[in-house]
Design a protein. Sequence first.
Length: 531
Amino acid sequence: MEKNALPLADTLAPAGADAADGWPRRQVLKAGAVALGVGLLGRFADARAAGGLSASDYLGLDAWAMAKGLQAGHFSAEDLLGAAFARCDLVNPKINAVNMRHDDYARALLAARQKAGTLTQGSLAGVPILLKDLNTYLQGTTTSNGSRLFKDAPPSSVTSTLIRRYEAAGAVPFGKATSPEFGLTTTTESLAWGQTRNPWNLALSTGGSSGGSAAAVAAGIVPVAHATDGGGSIRIPASYCGLVGLKPSRYRTPSGPARLEGSFGASVANMVSHSVRDTALFLDAGQGHEPGSPYWSSPLVRPYVEELGRDPGRLRVALVRESLTGAPLDPAIAKVLEDTIKQLLGLGHEVEELRLPIQAQQLFGAHGVAIGNSLLVTVNDREEALGRALGPQDLESITFGVLERAAKATGEGVVRARHAFEDISMAMEQQFERFDVILSPVTASLTPALGELSLNQPYESYARKAMGSAAFTVLANVSGQPAISLPLGMSDSGLPVGMMFTARLGGEDVLLRLASQLEQDRPWAARRAAI
């Protein structure tokens, strides 16, 4: 892949941004997102004249550049979709990230936009995307939730609110990405769809539960893929696959229309991407109050894309080295953490160690009640719809264990779990009276081998092994605070290592300013999986 700067120079800076906004042209060209490199403008013109977009050019574009290039006439929406189809055909047999193709849906969407004259409209114009196959709906298609129980479920009559917003901004969904059964584990393997493999090492896991989305982006099928996070499911796959993964604040993005919150608000939706600017772009398109929801998130000071390149100021960074589970850090992760501390200090930020005022038993107990009882309702509703009792042909063994524990919960226990969510949220918000962000690893352990965290093993052995991957991430789901995984290092064995930054509720702007600064200081876009 060539290392030339993107030729679409006038389309790269955020709308309304210039040198006065702290985003001079030279910084744009320095930014890691721009270093993806797609050749010269004439090459786009040649590709357009030939009626296509080369595979290498497609791989060099992030979502921002795709939308701007389409609007500038350098290629068409059909070119982008065709390139996504071709890349999926080429690499998906190796990684098993896409379990359902909706090519006809995507073509029909483009045809409707062509007829309406809106093909080039919207901030996400023409960008091909995938949807996570978990509690997310596309009208006329099935959502399996990674489970044999839902694999033959009837097509949905609605499209999820968040996906409607992406489509309204111009994105083009053409398939679904794999999830483990009901998103219950931090790998992406299921009896329904098989194992999803990490593009960096095909013998390893992608993480979970948004592992199909992360693998698809890391392998270049799409620049961005929809993802959800109920315990680390955006941030863990982002870390294992070398991507940016932002879990928004509770209620920042919509969960409806079927349900207006997931697991007391622990589960939220967003996406994974290569670049900070794509993360900001999609969050702008998706965020905001959902009609009918009793919950509101704080209003924006300005669009998130306008945070990119802004000086974050001298931040007070709290350093959390040890997880609440006490899981030991892999030496490779500890090294990247130390490198990140040095980078932050070099950029003028303050770093001070913090011991979290949270009890592990309270945190994980409340989280387990929320996740387990939400699942119990989903499974019971499906059992009633089928009119039969469920058996081992329907669910995986760990899933049965989760349901058995959930069924023992009392009404009082569920209310107390909700109270624990509130207590933890307030305790964590108090930390931001002293600090602007909290730094920690995303995971305590490096990317696990396939099979290690599957849902088909004894519950006790699974829970013990899962502690290394979810040791740091669950807290932000319970507290509701935004947290972002950034690909800030590599292990000696060639695996990506992510670091996590957490901010106060509504603090996505702080995270994006800091992430943009870190990306510009040490660009990561050139680090791509060789698949």
